[in-house]
Design a protein around this ligand. Structure first.
Ligand SMILES: NC(=O)c1ccc[n+]([C@@H]2O[C@H](COP(=O)([O-])OP(=O)(O)OC[C@H]3O[C@@H](n4cnc5c(N)ncnc54)[C@H](O)[C@@H]3O)[C@@H](O)[C@H]2O)c1
Length: 385
């Protein structure tokens, strides 16, 4: 490794991976030195565009001596085995979200990362956004007091053409879920980063609008160890899109609503006021507090780039990771928990029963059908291009 640059390989250079290939050379601390894709046409095109060697298998890339770190942007089922092999070969890993399809596979990835002592990141780029960084600081400061309610409404519309764009998409065998495993992880990560992990999940999933075998809508009620409760909804069926996340505490409320942030603080804890106030229509006084948001407008490297840059700086200079791979387990717990609860009709405890979920996903994979209509497209979401 050159003293000031991390040599990156990208494994899986489709829609998202090609975006990483474009972004990595723009970051001062990273260079793109190799790529891998199982599809020959895709890997040759990307290799020619960026003038780097292309490998047909991840093992060849990992053995090439050309990379210090890899970004894994294959379909989700491949993230854990590729990461585990990379760690065993002394290579740092940035995994695309989600860590894996099952908690057991994600556990194995985490164990391999720990044993290797190498850097392990997960591509939750929304953590790098200024309002989300501010939200995390508010939660960490204790301003909200004891958490007693959380909620998340996340609607990211997808068309049938999107689902038809890859044979693996929205199948149990190829993807391992629908909106929960693909679109929701970003917000499930923020939701748990800000609101903590629930202890039980009661969930429902359904396929409402699309011709797919997995869910395009999911909703759940959550219980937390301290008695707090939560609600979450995720779908690819609603337009316009919606992202609303609330964390409500005894001392205040944080509302993230479609890119805006609001913090409300109370002059007295709700519980205390409720017991002591003698005025019939009284309520604690609410102040909308000023939220300090850093101005990132001049930052040239944002989103995925900010996470990759931080990851490289963590390798080079020991910078603290914004999105450590270890945190990635939380979204997988919620995803597995909601699906398990929906399929069994039971309330599920967290951590999710690994063996039970493995058995369920194997059963679901058996029901998977070859897709009738696939019009392959590997196009980076224009928001990220
Ligand atoms: N962080 C984000 O904002 C974001 C956005 C989109 C996708 N993603 C994630 O990126 C991953 C890929 O999604 P996509 O939309 O780019 O899919 P895609 O189908 O466009 O690309 C996947 C690529 O991986 C290749 N591939 C499949 N198996 C492989 C293997 N074993 N080794 C090497 N290459 C392999 C395919 O040929 C394809 O080119 C998913 O895990 C997804 O969740 C993240």
């Amino acid at each position: 490794m050159a003293a000031d640059k991390v040599r990156f390989g990208v494994i899986g250079t489709g829609g998202m991976g090609s975006g990483h290939c474009k972004m990595i050379p723009q970051i001062p601390e990273t260079e793109l030195t190799a790529i891998c894709d199982v599809n020959p046409e895709v890997r040759e095109r990307i290799a020619t565009t960026y003038g780097v060697p292309a490998f047909a298998t991840h093992s060849e890339l990992l053995d090439s001596g050309l990379v210090d770190a890899v970004t894994i942007a294959t379909p989700h089922y491949f993230h854990p085995p590729i990461a585990i092999e990379a760690f065993s070969k002394g290579i740092h890993v940035m995994s695309e979200k989600p860590l894996g399809v099952t908690v057991a596979a994600a556990d194995a990835m985490i164990a391999a990362a720990k044993a290797s002592g190498l850097k392990f990141g997960v591509m939750y780029q929304m953590r790098a956004e200024a309002q989300n960084q501010a939200a995390r600081k508010i939660v960490e400061s204790g301003t909200l007091g004891d958490i007693y309610r959380t909620s998340l409404v996340m609607a990211w519309y997808r068309s049938q053409a999107y689902y038809n764009s890859g044979g693996w998409r929205a199948t149990w065998a190829g993807e391992g879920g629908g909106v929960l495993i693909n679109q929701a992880p970003h917000y499930l990560d923020l939701f748990t980063w800000l609101g903590g992990m629930p202890s039980t999940i009661t969930g429902q999933t359904r396929t409402r609008l699309h011709d797919i075998e997995v869910e395009d809508e999911a909703f759940a009620t959550l219980e937390y160890a301290n008695g707090a409760h939560g609600y979450l909804y995720a779908s690819t069926t609603e337009v316009p899109n919606n992202n609303t996340l609330e964390v409500c505490g005894n001392l205040g409320k944080l509302v993230l609503d479609n890119g805006t942030i609001k913090l409300y603080t109370l002059d007295q804890p709700i519980r205390e006021f409720t017991q002591t106030n003698e005025v019939m229509w009284g309520s604690p006084k609410v102040v909308e507090a000023e939220v300090e948001i850093e101005d990132y407008s001049q930052h040239l490297i944002k989103g995925h780039g900010a996470i990759t840059r931080n990851f490289a700086r963590s390798i080079l200079f020991g910078e603290e990771l914004i999105a450590p791979g270890y945190d990635g387990i939380n979204a997988v717990e919620l995803i597995n928990g909601i699906i398990l609860s929906s399929k069994t009709g039971e309330t599920v405890s967290v951590p999710v029963d690994r063996a039970r979920y493995d058995a369920l996903i194997e059963e679901l994979k058996q029901t998977s059908q070859e897709k009738a209509t696939v019009v392959e497209q590997r196009v980076t979401d224009p928001k990220f291009a």
